[in-house]
Design a protein around this ligand. Structure first.
Ligand code: FAD
Length: 386
C-alpha cells in the first residue's frame, strides 16, 4: 500500500468501487431519500441493498465475511453516499467503523466468530455506546457501571445519542462502563451487550434537526446481566480502545463530509446553469460562479486531507493529527457549502424536498459528532506539544 493517495490518480480498483457506489446512490438511494427524511423512517430497503453489495464488510478480511478491502475503500463508499444522503452514509459509517470494527480490533476468537459474520454481512447492526448525559467531549466522565457478580457483569446506567441502537436489525451495543477504581482513577472497560438482554432499553428515538433517517436513541441499563466473557479487549483498556476507534472514525466522517460538500457543489452547478434571472442563468453572475468555485476548493482540499490521513493509516504510520485535521476541515466544508448552496437555490433552498436544504440541516452534526471541532483543535494542539 502506498502512503500517498492522489485525487487525480486513484488505483483502478478504488475507482471502480467509487463508481459502483455512485451508481447505487443515484439509482437506489436518491429516489427514496426525501421520503425517509420527511417520515423520519429508517431506510431498511437501502440498508439491505448496501448489505447485498457487501458494503458493511468492505474493510474486513474474507474469513470474517468481509470483502477483503481496506478502510480507504469504506471512505470512498461513504463519500459517494454522503453526496446524496447523509443518513444512509452515517448508517453505514456507524455500522462498520463503530459497530463491527471494535470487535474486529479488540475481540477474541469467540467474539469475532459470533458477531462479525452477522455485522459484516449487514444482516445485523451494532451500536457504539460511549456518550452519556455527563460524558460527551469529556468521555472519561463515564458513570455507567459494570460490577462483577459470579460469572456475570451487572450493568447500570445510561447512554445518549447512540446511532443504530434501536432498529429492527440491531443486535448488539458495545458500551463503556466503569469496572473499578485504580488508585482513585476510574477503570473503564468495554462490554458487549446483546439488545435482547433483560434490563436493556432503547428509549424512543430523538426528534433531530437532521439525519432524520438515521436511527438514534437514548439507552438505559437496569441490572443488565451479561456473561463475564462479554468483556471486549483488556479490562481497564475500554476508554483507550474506544479512542483508537474514534481516531479511525474521524477519517470516515471526513469522507462522508466531503461527499456532502461535493454534493452541494454538484447541485449548485446544475441549478446555477438552469435558473434564469434578469434574462440569463444565475451562474453567469460572477458572484455566483465565485461562490461555487470557493465551494469546489473547500471540497477538494478536504478530500486531499482525508486521503492523506487514510494513506498514513493504511501504511501503519501515525495518523492522529491528520485524522483530526481532515475531520475538522471536511465538516466545516460541508457546513459552509450547504449554507452557500442553500443561498444559490434561493427560496427553493428553504424547501425540505430539495437536497441542498437537507444538506443544510444534516451538515451541522458533522461538526459535533465523533468529536466536536473544539475537540479536534485540542487533539491537534496536543500533537503539537501544546
Ligand atoms: C445524531 C448523533 C449521533 C451520535 N452518535 C453517537 C454514537 O453512536 N455513539 C456515541 O457514543 N455518541 C454519539 N453521539 C454523541 C456525540 O459524539 C457527542 O454529542 C459529541 O461528542 C459532543 O458531546 P456532548 O454532546 O456531550 O457535548 P459537550 O461535551 O457537552 O460539549 C458542548 C460544547 O462545549 C465544547 N467543549 C467541551 N469541552 C471543551 C473544552 N475543553 N474546550 C473547548 N470547548 C469544549 C464542545 O466542543 C461543544 O461545543 C451522537 C450525537 C448525535 C447528535
Amino acid at each position: 500500500m502506498t502512503d500517498y493517495l492522489s485525487t487525480g490518480s486513484l488505483p483502478e480498483e478504488y475507482r471502480q468501487l467509487a463508481l459502483t457506489v455512485r451508481d447505487f446512490a443515484q439509482q437506489v438511494v436518491a429516489p427514496v431519500s426525501a421520503k425517509h427524511d420527511a417520515e423520519h423512517s429508517f431506510p431498511y430497503e437501502v440498508v439491505a441493498g448496501m448489505a447485498d453489495m457487501g458494503l458493511f464488510g468492505l474493510p474486513f478480511p474474507e474469513e470474517f465475511g468481509g470483502m477483503g478491502g481496506d478502510y480507504f475503500a469504506l471512505c470512498l463508499a461513504l463519500e459517494e453516499l454522503g453526496k446524496v444522503d447523509q443518513s444512509v452514509a452515517i448508517t453505514l459509517e456507524a455500522g462498520v467503523s463503530l459497530g463491527a470494527m471494535p470487535i474486529y480490533r479488540f475481540g477474541n476468537d469467540d467474539q469475532r466468530a459470533e458477531w462479525l459474520p452477522q455485522l459484516t454481512s449487514g444482516q445485523a447492526l451494532a451500536g457504539f455506546g460511549l456518550t452519556e448525559p455527563d460524558a460527551g467531549s469529556d468521555a472519561g466522565g463515564t458513570r455507567t457501571t459494570a460490577v462483577e457478580d459470579g460469572d456475570s457483569w451487572i450493568i447500570n446506567g445510561s447512554k445518549q445519542f447512540i446511532t443504530n441502537s434501536g432498529t429492527d436489525i440491531t443486535r448488539l451495543v458495545t458500551v463503556t462502563a466503569v469496572t473499578g477504581n485504580n488508585g482513585g482513577k476510574k477503570e473503564i472497560s468495554t462490554i458487549l451487550v446483546p439488545t435482547t438482554t433483560p434490563g436493556f432499553v432503547a428509549e424512543p428515538a430523538y426528534n433531530k434537526v437532521g439525519w432524520n433517517a438515521s436511527d438514534t436513541h437514548p439507552l438505559s441499563f437496569t441490572d443488565v446481566r451479561v456473561p463475564r466473557e462479554n468483556l471486549l479487549g483488556e479490562r481497564g483498556r475500554g476508554y483507550a480502545n474506544f479512542l483508537r476507534i474514534l481516531d479511525e472514525g474521524r477519517i470516515a466522517i471526513a469522507a462522508l463530509a466531503v461527499g456532502a460538500a461535493q454534493g452541494c457543489v454538484d447541485e449548485s452547478v446544475r441549478y446555477a446553469g438552469e435558473r434564469q434571472a434578469f434574462g440569463q442563468a444565475i451562474g453567469r453572475n460572477q458572484a455566483i460562479a465565485f461562490k461555487i468555485a470557493r465551494m469546489e476548493a473547500r471540497a477538494h482540499t478536504a478530500r486531499t486531507a482525508y486521503y492523506d490521513a487514510a494513506a498514513l493509516m493504511l501504511a501503519g504510520k501515525p495518523f492522529k493529527k491528520q485524522a483530526s485535521i481532515a475531520k475538522m476541515v471536511a465538516s466545516e466544508a460541508a457546513m459552509d457549502n450547504a449554507r452557500d448552496a442553500t443561498q444559490i437555490f434561493g427560496g427553493n433552498g428553504f424547501m425540505n424536498e430539495y437536497l441542498v436544504s437537507r444538506h443544510y440541516r444534516d451538515s451541522k452534526i458533522l461538526e459535533i459528532g465523533e468529536g466536536t471541532t473544539e475537540v479536534q483543535l485540542m487533539l491537534i494542539a496536543r500533537e503539537l506539544g501544546l
